[in-house]
Design a protein around this ligand. Structure first.
Ligand code: G3H
Ligand code: 13P
Ligand code: ZN
Length: 341
């Protein structure tokens, strides 16, 4: 059962020229598609669950769906991660729900408050064998349950929101975090840039220097492929001016600058939405959900496969499992207790 924390994954990704894709799960079709794509591409993955997903799907259902996915594909190394956790109570709940990794996002707090919250999350999580991602700097974009700001306003003032490399070093030392989500010009959602889409590569390079050994994470990393926006718009949608981070820049951040985890949600939503719109527009009499969710699931599988190549994680499953075994096949206490009955 290769359910693991991100540690064996990041051990290899750190200077291996690849990153682990962290894909958001909100329902059965998404979970099935992500695991299926990873099985096809022999890739590890992170299945991440936001607060909104817990609320939408009811975590009890989501847990069983994810357990089924893991059971269905025991050859895929999987990490179950809490995306944008914001309180210690939520972190504790996620640990008790069997997550193997959590994010505590205190980036919208004042610095000292962020340090305090993150250090507490690390204490609670490490005691249970769970790893912690924390965030410093400010991403743009407005998503439900994610504090951010208007993407255009963000773009105009981007420099002042980027992660400060010196502060990042201090943050790492004082909190004991396992990975760091950085603001380097990305933002959440489908409308990331009004002008030129450009990541602050020099900033990633500086943070890599001040924070050696800390795996870096990029949120807001969907590319919003134009062909999917065109399909959405062709079949009745209205998403003018949608723009993401070009895939060659994501690939460069991973292969050249060493980013270890890349969060992608919007591109999966787009693949799903474009296909459902197409079915509805071309077959107006269709009303069997299996006949639009089925094709949507196929579209998500292709999208995830495409991402696994951008992230260069295709073919890395076996090596990650070997690294996990080398570390002694560590499992959070939730699983060791479960096994012990
Ligand atoms: O970063 C946020 C993810 O895209 C999750 O979005 O809060 O709407 O589930 P959500
Ligand atoms: P996108 O909106 O770019 O897919 O980012 C998702 C994300 O960062 C989830 O935490
Ligand atoms: Zn995010």
């Amino acid at each position: 059962m290769p359910l693991m924390s991100t540690k064996p994954m990041f051990d290899l990704a750190y200077d291996g020229g690849f990153a682990i894709g962290a894909f958001n799960v909100n329902n059965m079709e998404l979970a099935q598609s992500i695991i299926e794509a990873c099985a096809k591409e022999k890739s590890p993955c992170i299945l991440q669950i936001s607060k909104g997903a817990r609320k939408y799907a009811n975590i009890r259902y989501l847990k069983h769906i994810i357990d089924a996915a893991v059971e269905d594909h025991p050859e895929v190394p999987v990490c179950i991660h809490c995306d944008h956790g914001d309180t210690i109570d939520l972190i504790k709940t996620c640990i008790n729900d069997g997550y193997t990794s959590v994010m505590i996002d205190g980036s919208h707090h004042a610095y000292e408050e962020n340090v305090k919250l993150t250090a507490e999350a690390v204490k609670v999580s490490h005691a249970a064998g769970v790893v912690v991602e924390a965030e410093l700097g400010m991403l743009g974009g407005i998503e439900e349950d994610v504090v951010g700001m208007d993407a255009h306003e963000y773009e105009k003032n981007v420099e002042k929101f980027l992660t400060d490399p010196q502060q990042a070093a201090d943050f790492g030392k004082r909190t004991g975090l396992d990975s760091l989500a950085v603001a380097i010009g990305t933002s959440h959602g489908a409308f990331k840039f009004k002008h030129e889409a450009k990541l602050a590569f020099n900033r990633i390079e500086e943070i890599m220097k001040t924070c050696p050994g800390i795996p870096l994470v990029m949120h807001g990393s969907s590319s919003v492929p134009q062909e999917f926006i065109d399909l959405v718009n062709k079949y009745g949608g209205a998403m003018p001016n949608a723009k993401g981070v070009p895939e060659d820049q994501i690939s460069m951040a991973v292969r050249k600058y060493g980013v270890c985890k890349v969060n992608i949600d919007t591109d999966l939503r787009l693949a799903m939405t474009a296909k459902i719109r197409e079915v509805f527009a071309t077959k107006p009499a269709e009303f069997d959900p299996r006949n639009y969710l089925g094709p949507a699931r196929e579209a998500i599988i292709s999208m995830v496969q495409r991402k696994l190549h951008v992230l260069n994680s295709a073919g890395k499953a076996e090596a990650v499992i070997a690294q996990w075994k080398k570390l002694g096949s560590p499992m959070p206490t939730y699983y060791t207790h479960k096994k012990a009955g």
